[in-house]
Design a protein around this ligand. Sequence first.
Ligand SMILES: [Zn+2]
Length: 423
Amino acid sequence: MTSKPSADFLLVGASELVTCAGNAPAVGAEQSRVAVIENGAIAARDGMIVWVGKEKNIDAEVDVAAEATRLDVGFRAVLPGLVDTHTHMVWAGDRGDEFDRRLEGATYSEILAAGGGILRTVDATRQATFEALLSAAGARLERMSRWGTTSVEVKSGYGLEPASEYKMLETVLELGKRHPQELVPTFLGAHTLPREARGSQRARERYVDLVCEEMIPTVAKRHLARFVDVFIDEHAFGLAEARRVLESGRRAGLGLKIHADQLSSDGGAELAGELGAVSADHLEHLSPEGMSALAQSGTVAVMLPGATLFLRSHAYANGRALIEAGVPVAVATDVNPGSCPSESMPLMMQLACLYCGLSVDEAIVAGTANAAAASGLEDRCGSLEPGKRCDLLVLDAPERRQLIYKLGSPQIHMVVARGLVLS
Ligand SMILES: [Zn+2]
């Protein structure tokens, strides 16, 4: 006789328990594999799921402690907590005033020339204390959680010099200690060139040297990040520089991510495929060669439709073509002060359906199981299965479609991270 798992947390009353169970990332036809259990229940212990099944089987299959937390969600849909696999959520300062200027027609270059843009965020982030960064990012994390996000990948990249880059990554690590949400730090020293490296080719080369020879080895040695990322773009880094950054990261034992093909076909997806990156992100201008490179390597394509919307570029990543080519697709906010201030994962999943060609169920997998895989978290979250963290969201509706249908304002009844109800 097998012994029943014991539980200190029990959730019942799920009209639809959307588990997204199975291998991640899900590819092709599997992209819509939401694996629903009707009238479902979940049992957990110490924040980890120990049992998932039909509510009527609880007594026979689970040993629920007398003092266990018991939640009856009252015939509502329950989904895995959302995984935001591409964010820049640690920064200081505010750039809300640039929004008016952009609406009046100012270009990116004009805003930069007037002292705005990313370098303004770099100045504010360099000057901010660790505590100030922690408080700003903590407030963002709480708001993101209200939209159902329970795991977040967070990039550095507003320091652009060693001490400030490490300060950003330490902020992410400290946030992870203080909150039940799962945080994954990524080193993005190659986000853009700092002001002091913009004067000459030699200064530029020195900055790439600093990233590859000093910052990456230090970040790896001090376990400050799990991934290294690089921004390939005419305003940022070229393909050869990106290759150097990623190869340095790989030598140091970090996983690889790339900002690729956002404003033009820049060869980023091909490089992601060649180097076996865990994800290639943006892909608004993905080439056919890039698409097949991603399909061959199994790299997850992370779409960031909020940036396309906010920049009014009208170029959305073609999620439909990616899925049909056999590339696993995820979606994320890209939350940052310049190109996408939205903290809402449901909004991004809605845009993925409206503009990138995904179905409701494909978008749900893109924001959960496949996003977990793009963050290196597929063994820990992204689905409701025994052995995973008890991270979930309860919709204030009996069926999952409402998460995507209610544009801009899905009603979320409750969010749970590591078995704790977030208020
Ligand atoms: Zn980004």
